[in-house]
Write a protein that binds this ligand. Structure first.
Ligand SMILES: *Cc1c(COP(=O)(O)O)cnc(C)c1O
Length: 437
């Protein structure tokens, strides 16, 4: 076993200093709490630039990036086709508040690619997409009750900021101050993968339910795949009871297959929310679905939704270049193979080190859980050894491997990761895992 000497480890002192200044003018020093190193200790790296599979921080360290801006960078940082498209769009102006050809082009791509989408509306983030999709589902069905699953994250939408006591079928208690109980009173939270619970709910009050919203493969409690029959049951129950099924594919869209989880699992939702890869690194979200449902949005229908910067031309150009490149290159088999190589190595090393663990992988998304049980829902994920994860995270960071700074996140492999990057990651993991107890 090779033990790294302290002077071989990385120096993050400039990041640390900058973070202190940032914290004086930005709450917690970050513009999104997921970036703070709250769960792992220490302060976040301040990034100077990205290139391919690498991030470079302001101390000049090069890190192999498994965060990919939390999902968007499936092509890696600064893919030439993407940068070129942004530069061309930029030469024409940044925003017009009037339709452009680019919006139609990206919409057409989404309609061609995503099985459940006949029409699509662009917004500026995943949060906006889910907020609008839920409003549309309620307005279209003229029902108020919505169903979500514990551990599924759908952005910081008031009515969706609810978790549940494990296994409990609860009327939602808001999980943040500032969300009035009234906002979550019509949100029912179930346990992911629990088919019986879902059946029981629909038997009791199926005709009150506007929609069921879920991440078809969950990324936000660590990676959790749907068990056989779960997605199909949700599909059947929604159809039988006149409720809309919403797949939140903000993370899985264009990642698990070109057409997302719905293509991969062959289950078609009524509405799909998208983001992350759709914008290729620019702030874009979207929601789409059956034309008949989508036409309930203003100006064709009565459900109001708008956005000054929605369909922004630079963001559209970035999205078009990203989706076009993915369609032309079909990287999915290769991405899956590279990710499998990484997860098999991790499994071997964690086993050898005698660490209780389980690994979940779907395509290029994976999580190494410090949990002896296979994670199927939030109740199981709640038992992860987050303290041990924190030490793993720091050990990897010290060796130039940039992982998501929480046990409850998905790791992403991109098209820019090479065999050498995977091997270097496994070498680092071997050292770190063998030293954990
Ligand atoms: C990231 C994410 C969101 C929120 O998207 P933002 O762009 O951060 O608002 C919603 N749903 C899922 C599944 C996500 O992964």
């Amino acid at each position: 076993m090779r033990v790294l000497q302290k002077d071989q480890l990385m120096d993050f002192s400039r990041s640390g200093q900058h973070f202190e200044s940032a914290s004086k003018v930005i709450p917690g020093g970050v513009n999104s709490p997921a970036r703070a190193f709250g769960a792992v200790g220490g302060s976040p790296l301040i990034i100077n630039r990205g290139e391919g599979a690498y991030l470079y921080d302001i101390d000049g360290n090069r890190l192999i990036d498994y965060v990919g801006s939390w999902g968007p960078h499936i092509l890696g940082h600064r893919h030439p086709a993407v940068i070129q498209a942004i530069e061309l769009a930029l030469s024409r102006g940044t925003s017009f508040g009037a339709p452009t050809e680019l919006e139609t082009e990206l919409a057409r791509l989404v309609v061609e690619i995503v099985p459940g989408v006949e029409k699509v509306r662009m917004v500026n983030s995943g949060t906006e997409a889910t907020m609008s999709a839920v409003r549309l589902a309620r307005g279209h069905t003229r029902r108020d009750t919505i169903v979500k699953f514990a551990g599924c994250y759908h952005g910081h939408v008031d009515s969706l900021l609810v978790q549940a006591g494990s296994g409990a079928l609860t009327h939602g208690m808001p999980s943040s101050p500032g969300v009035p109980e009234g906002c979550t009173a019509d949100t029912i939270v179930l346990e992911f993968n629990d088919i019986d619970q879902l059946e029981a709910l629909f038997t009791k009050q199926g005709n009150e339910i506007a929609c069921v919203i879920l991440e078809p493969v969950v990324g936000n409690m660590g990676v959790v795949a749907p068990l056989d029959g779960f997605l199909n049951t949700a599909r059947r129950l929604c159809t039988e009871h006149g409720a809309l099924l919403i797949f939140d594919e903000v993370m899985t869209g264009f990642r698990l297959a070109l057409g997302g989880a719905q293509e991969r699992f062959g289950v078609t939702p009524d509405l799909t929310t998208m983001g992350k890869i759709l914008g290729g690194g620019m702030p874009v979200g979207a929601y789409g679905g059956k034309a008949e449902v989508m036409d309930s949005i203003s100006p064709t229908g009565p459900v109001y939704q708008a956005g000054t910067l929605s369909g922004n031309p630079i963001a559209m150009a970035c999205g078009i270049a990203t989706l076009t490149t993915l369609r032309e290159t079909n990287p999915y088999p290769q991405l899956g193979a590279m990710t499998s190589k990484l997860t098999s190595g991790l499994r071997e090393m964690a086993t050898e080190a005698g660490l209780p663990h389980s690994i979940a992988q779907v395509g290029s998304m994976f999580t190494l859980f410090f949990n002896p049980d296979f994670v199927t829902n939030m109740a199981v994920s709640a038992r992860n050894d987050t303290e041990r994860f924190g030490r793993y995270f720091r050990g990897m960071l010290d060796r130039g491997i940039y992982l998501p700074c929480s046990q409850f996140e998905a790791n992403f492999v991109s098209c820019a990761h090479s065999e050498e990057d995977i091997n270097a990651t496994l070498t680092a993991a071997g050292e770190v895992l063998s030293q954990l107890d």
